[in-house]
Design a protein around this ligand. Structure first.
Ligand SMILES: [Cu+2]
Length: 66
């Protein structure tokens, strides 16, 4: 499955790496590809995404869901 997640607050490649790492750490996530210009991430996962956990990880990394 693939879900697009909107993320606020990313401004550079360092942010992209932090968000990528945070998303990949969520249970069931296989791959995460962050698009800085679009302010979003494409997340590949096995089970339906646990958005609460996505939110928690993104916020812990210092960003917000849009
Ligand atoms: Cu940055």
């Amino acid at each position: 499955m693939n879900t697009t997640v909107k993320i606020k607050g990313m401004s550079c490649n360092h942010c992209v790496m932090a968000v990528t790492k945070a998303l990949k750490a969520v249970d069931g996530v296989r791959e995460a590809t962050v698009d800085l210009a679009q302010g979003q991430a494409s997340v590949e996962h096995d089970n339906p995404l646990d958005m609460a956990q996505i939110k928690q990880h993104v916020e812990k990394a210092g960003f917000e869901l849009d």
